[in-house]
Design a binder for this molecule. Structure first.
Ligand code: C2E
Ligand code: MG
Ligand code: MG
Length: 647
């Protein structure tokens, strides 16, 4: 448009003369107006395209084409209107400008094939014809050149138009491709963003899952490796740990000591003060123990039993640490305002000296602890070969005991319990004997083992049955009772009362001829259950004695509430009747009378003892002075050799 304005201005005003001035100005104004309108149309076109890319292109093309044709006609009219007044220079300049305009137009307008053609033809043809038909020779020549140029321009225009079309098509295709690629790219980038988000979410889920798995793993570890109450290692985890420590001890040549710690009388705390206090006590003990070794190397074996492993500890070090532990446990424990005092028994075993297996080592330390607890000594003990011998002997005895009944190695002896006043046999105590492969084993040895292993239930049932059968057939005395020792384990058994009923029924022994002796120390535990059992026994008219009275731990208040008929004064007091035993026996007699109980003194070995006890008011006497325990066949023919010890 600018070129057009420039050229029309050059032509109209560059060669202006007085004759053509008005017409040229008018032509210029018309052309300028057309160019202005076209420029405005083009400006509008671009604005429209910017606002709405899918503008109706055809109307725009038509407007543009009309604009072009009008411009071409404008140029054409210039030649027609002014060629007569043109001199050589103006005519030549006009021809050059028009030819240049046609040349430029054919390429600028090449987008429209016909438009380019029409534009060139309108510009070139009229002026060429005018030139050819003119009189002037130079004009003929220029006209002729114009015609040739018109043909060339038409051909070039068409060709350019084809190329341009191709180019536009290719461009459009490229654009479409680019759009497609962009849209695909956008899609990809959207998918990519979504993928990134999903990955982020997945990572978060993964992270949360990992945390959850970690938490659960820790929980599982705790559940399967730690004791829920104290947080110490449980049996399984501690044993594994100990195995590792033993391996290291073997490799380094430094021993590892294992301490088995058992609280004394903890059950009493649990029973009398409740499980909550018991739990607090155990937690406190666990904390005190773990202060002596790493918490990792401290374990709870069960109930009130703890384990501590001490690497790099020889016998001396282990003993010192164990003593310090005992002192620590002995410090008062304050639970819910109560001050509790505890003691502990500790057994020690060392690896690799005593064993290379964790399980063995624990067992040895446990056995050592049990031995020490039974001995009543308040100091730790290290496992030894002497102890090993003792333990092996116990194991041997226990194995033998398992088959003693079927091998008929067990039998009963009876010891008379005499009436102090008349010196007549009031009862016969059944005492169990065991001939183990020709060797006599005392009940003091095998009964505790039978109780510990649970064999006592079977053996005790046999004793009860045998004693009742024997007593039923005692033709020499159909009124004397048979006193059977009953372990508290038997007594606590739910089937015990049924067993009693069955035996009384099958033997035919009247219940009043059966006495049961229960050791006093056993009354400590589970008083409620014992009372109900004793009430059941009493309701059957079976009498009950407290055996070994004075040696156990039962409190007088407990005795007050338990339904018993007799109190058996322990041999230890009878032995010491010359000394403090006298006072204790008198006190016992006083208590027994208060509780409506009769009294039996056991272990009476001399006439003096018998006289003294009778004089004190003891109701029944038992001991070697009258008779040692005898086999049933000896008892049947037994004659009391002491006619009257009181004389
Ligand atoms: P215990 O019930 O106190 O039995 C009395 C023990 O003292 C018996 O020992 C008896 O032989 C012994 N003895 C009696 N008079 C004298 C004496 O004058 N001098 C001496 N030195 N000893 C005397 P034994 O038979 O060795 O029984 C020991 C313990 O074994 C019994 O003590 C009893 O607690 C337990 N026992 C025995 N047989 C059985 C049983 O069948 N079942 C249960 N559960 N325990 C039994
Ligand atoms: Mg007894
Ligand atoms: Mg006794």
């Amino acid at each position: 448009m600018l070129t057009n304005i420039l050229t029309i201005s050059v032509l109209a005003f560059g060669f202006i003369t007085d004759v053509s001035a008005d017409k040229k100005v008018i032509w210029w104004a018309v052309m300028f107006f057309i160019i202005l309108v076209r420029s405005f149309d083009i400006f509008l076109w671009y604005r429209q395209c910017e606002k709405a890319p899918e503008v109706d292109g055809l109307a725009g093309i038509w407007r543009f084409s009309i604009g072009c044709v009008l411009t071409a006609l404008g140029w054409c009219s210039y030649v027609i209107l002014f060629n007569q007044q043109m001199d050589v220079i103006e005519f030549s300049t006009t021809v050059i400008i028009i030819a240049a305009m046609a040349g430029g137009g054919s390429s600028v307008l090449a987008g429209g094939r016909y438009l380019a053609l029409v534009y060139s033809v309108i510009l070139l043809l009229p002026f060429s014809i005018i030139g050819v038909l003119d009189d002037e020779e130079y004009r003929n020549l220029l006209g002729f050149l114009g015609l040739v140029f018109c043909v060339i321009m038409s051909i070039t225009g068409l060709k350019t138009a084809r190329f341009t079309r191709e180019a536009i098509r290719t461009k459009n295709q490229n654009l479409a491709l680019r759009d497609e690629v962009t849209s695909k790219g956008n899609q990809f980038s959207n998918v990519n963003t979504e993928l990134k988000q999903a990955t982020k979410q997945l990572n978060e889920i993964n992270h949360n899952l990992e945390l959850e798995v970690q938490k659960r793993t820790e929980k599982i570890f705790q559940l399967s490796n730690l004791d829920s109450l104290t947080g110490l290692k449980n049996r399984k985890a501690f044993t594994l740990q100990l195995d590792n420590l033993i391996e290291k001890a073997v490799a380094s040549g430094n021993p590892v000591a294992l301490l088995f710690i058992d609280l004394d009388g903890f059950k009493k705390i649990n029973d009398t003060m409740g499980h909550r206090v018991g739990d607090h006590t155990l937690i406190e003990v666990a904390n005190r123990l773990s202060a002596f070794s790493d918490r990792e190397r401290t374990g709870r074996w069960g109930g009130d039993e703890f384990l501590v492993a001490l690497p790099y500890s020889d016998q001396g070090t282990a003993m010192s640490i164990a003593s310090a532990m005992m002192t620590s446990i002995a410090q008062p424990i304050i639970v819910s305002g109560n001050e509790l005092y505890l003691t502990a028994s500790i057994g020690i075993a060392l690896a690799p000296v005593h064993s290379l297996s964790a399980e063995d080592l624990i067992q040895l330390a446990d056995l050592t602890m049990c031995e020490q607890k039974q001995s009543g000594q308040r100091k730790p003990r290290v496992f030894s070969t002497e102890l090993k011998g003792k333990i092996e002997a116990s194991q041997l005895i226990l194995e033998g005991l398992q088959h003693a009944l079927e091998k008929k190695e067990l039998y009963l002896c009876y010891q008379p319990i005499q009436c102090a006043k008349e010196n007549t046999s009031w009862s016969f105590e059944a005492l169990l004997r065991w001939n183990f492969n020709g060797k006599f084993i005392g009940p003091d040895i095998f009964i505790p083992l039978a109780e510990k292993s649970g064999l006592i239930k079977e053996i005790g049932a046999w004793v009860l049955n045998r004693a009742c059968m024997d007593a039923k057939h005692w033709q020499f005395n159909q009124t004397a009772a048979v006193s059977v020792n009953v372990s508290v384990i038997q007594l606590m058994d739910d089937g015990f009362i049924r067993l009693l009923d069955n035996i009384l029924r099958s033997s035919g022994l009247p219940p009043e001829r059966l006495h049961l002796e229960i050791t006093e120390s056993t009354f400590v535990d589970n008083e409620k259950k014992i009372r109900t059992q004793l009430e059941q026994i009493q309701s059957r008219n079976i009498h009950v004695s407290i055996d070994d009275f004075g040696t156990g731990y039962s409190s007088l208040s407990q005795l007050q509430t338990l339904p018993v008929n007799y109190v058996k004064i322990d041999k230890a007091f009878v032995d010491n009747i010359e000394g403090k035993g006298d006072a204790i026996i008198r006190a016992t007699l006083f208590i027994a009378r208060e509780l409506n109980c009769l009294t039996v003194a056991e272990g009476v070995e001399t006439k003096e003892q018998a006289i003294a006890l009778a004089a004190m008011g003891v109701d029944f006497l038992q001991g070697y002075y009258f008779a040692k325990p005898m086999k049933n066949e000896d008892l049947i023919v037994w004659q009391n050799p002491i006619s009257s010890f009181l004389n």
